[in-house]
Design a protein around this ligand. Structure first.
Ligand SMILES: Cc1cc2nc3c(=O)[nH]c(=O)nc-3n(C[C@H](O)[C@H](O)[C@H](O)COP(=O)(O)O)c2cc1C
Length: 136
């Protein structure tokens, strides 16, 4: 059974290139083995991540993730059973959320991650993804 899980968290410190690089490196290797696909968004001290895959694999990763000291205040936003993956080709796409991003200013000016619905987050992520380069 496939599920899609969306969560939000606060970075524990500055989100440097080294932090992101090491997270994406784990994701690239581990997610391929586990059949997990998704998107990691970072910016403004936050992470928003979408994980898709078999329920057991996604849960195993999520349980590991919530204990990762690189972030805190992990908040589960939504979890749904899905028939098809939205991001089948990306072991973990990576997008940066920046206040100055024209997509955010024009299409999502009121975006507040801690009060946004999962549908609003998915819409924002899809808009940001349409202009970024995913990691396969
Ligand atoms: C925001 C965030 C997102 C992460 N995303 C993933 C991911 O998609 N896949 C993954 O394997 N590890 C991810 N990690 C890292 C895991 O928490 C963990 O460190 C990694 O899987 C290595 O685990 P291991 O030492 O048990 O092998 C993420 C960590 C953070 C802080």
């Amino acid at each position: 059974m496939l599920i899609r899980l969306l969560y939000l968290s606060r970075a524990a410190g500055a989100i440097t290139g080294t932090v992101t690089g090491s997270i994406l490196e784990s994701a690239k290797v581990h997610n391929k083995v586990e059949g997990i696909t998704g998107v990691l968004c970072q910016g403004q001290g936050l992470f928003i991540q979408i994980l898709e895959g078999e329920r057991r694999s996604v849960n195993r990763l999520y349980n590991k993730l919530i204990n990762d000291k690189r972030h805190q205040d992990v908040e589960l936003v939504s979890l749904e059973e899905i028939k098809d993956r939205k991001y089948p080709n990306w072991s973990m796409a990576h997008v940066v959320i920046s206040e100055n991003d024209p997509i955010i200013q024009l299409k999502h000016p009121e975006f507040d991650p801690f009060s946004a619905s999962s549908a609003q987050m998915l819409a924002l992520i899809d808009d940001l993804l349409s202009q970024s380069s995913p990691i396969n």
